[in-house]
Ligand binder design. Sequence first.
Ligand code: FES
Length: 351
Amino acid sequence: MNNTLTLIVDQIINETHDAISILLHEKDNRDLSFQPGQFLTFIFDADGIETRRGYSIWTTPDELPQVGVAIKKFKDGVTAKYLLNNLKVGDSITSLPPLGNFTVAPEIKNERTFVMFGAGSGITPLMSHLQTILKYEPESKVILFYGNHDEDSIIFYDKLNSLQKEYSDRFFIEHSLSKPKNDWKGLRGRIDRNKTIELLEKYKTQFIGQVEYYLCGPEEMMQTVMNVLKVKNVDRKNIHREIYTTKVLDETDEIEEKEREVTIILNGERHKVLVMPGETILEKALAQGLEIPNSCQFGNCSTCKAKLLSGKLKLVEQTALTEEDIKQGFCLTCVGYPASDNVVILYEDLF
Ligand code: FES
């Protein structure tokens, strides 16, 4: 693969109990230029299986040649667990060049408002956006609504506070915690419909110029915010969103952690694979020698698209399928975790 980069780990920072930041540089000074909001695709060997995952960059282009990504240990993210447990300073990581369309392009003359809704590790690309805007659009404002579980799970808490001090007249943050300690003075609860309405109302006097909305976090939060913005007649072109975390197919929210037998129909033959907790269907199928088409391995290219004939599946971090695809029963096995016992997957068009 000649378009890959070799990234060397310069520093590993423990951001929270279950999230780290990694600062990296390109070993041979190859081009790593990116737009704020883009991500890197790491390619590595996890127990003998080539695995690819996208991680958003939180640093800004002016910090090149160093870039930073943040990694949160999702309950069912085998790759994140692997990285969190094994990575050391000086290690090298193979990566694709930066990709993604969830970007901002700052212009010094602009005078506008960025309203950002983030939750959990959804802060990562927003961090790159907001730092860039604050620095390179001196007349623009940024308002960040940031949801987390508790005080200890807020990624970039100190960095955000010092940015707020530095840009106190142009940068506003409201943290909202779903399970805070008793002495928490900020907002409580998830970013739901009422809170979204309340926050938009509270900050509307700060709005100047064109208002751009940036959303990154769980699908449920983004959908809630989208619905409120729709009622407020916000033009869809001013709403930017990154599908970043769990996308749930069917009504299942939590996957019971157990191994499950999955049937894969490939070239007319039925294959049964036993998928362990934390493993994707594609990972297990490849490990068992099934020649399933795949490319990005993080839900972005749709090469591994298949039909879900029965059972329930949880899709994590997928961006390739449309709502219509999902309604028609399509799924992506590279980010698909079986959520019931009778999952049957059909590959229709091979190569
Ligand atoms: S391999 Fe790219 S979406 Fe699954």
